[in-house]
Design a protein around this ligand. Structure first.
Ligand SMILES: [Zn+2]
Length: 147
């Protein structure tokens, strides 16, 4: 057994770098769960969205659908997440979304799409970029349980 007295306390630098790793990991997790909260590489994300939308034009239909959603002021509240995720009565937009981009993408891409394009449309990057754009097109939550 190693003598415990030889174990030096981890120095500050090491602890900081470990903390940074954790922050990065957390940021990645948050991006995957809540893309709208993080905009670390907006330019790259824009290019990624454009490529995805070109390969899978149904994403543009979904974007239009999201943009057409209105927060009816005569109602007591509005919940973007109820529209996106759906509820017990209605399916959400996300059900359609996941068929277009990301791991579960299953619709045919535009003609001329290569194997690399197929791989790209299933990537986490394409998913996160498209998710951000479309989700952000919905009106924000108002007086709902998540706002
Ligand atoms: Zn809400």
């Amino acid at each position: 057994m190693e003598a415990e007295s030889e174990t030096k306390p981890p120095d500050i630098e090491e602890r900081l770098s470990r903390l940074e790793e954790r922050i990065d990991a957390l940021a990645q997790f948050v991006t995957s769960q809540h893309p709208r909260k993080i905009g670390r590489h907006p330019e790259q994300s824009k290019a990624t969205w454009k490529r995805a939308a070109k390969l899978q034009p149904r994403l543009l239909d979904l974007l239009k659908e999201a943009g057409d959603v209105q927060d009816d002021p005569s109602r007591r509240s509005f919940c973007a997440n109820a529209i996106w995720y759906g509820n017990s009565r209605d399916s959400g937009m996300k059900d359609n979304f996941v068929q277009l981009v990301g791991w579960h993408a299953c619709f045919a891409l535009s003609s001329g799409a290569t194997e690399a394009d197929e791989k790209f449309i299933k990537s986490r990057e394409a998913y996160a970029a498209a998710y951000r754009v479309i989700y952000e097109a919905l009106p924000p939550c108002r007086d709902c349980i998540c706002a």
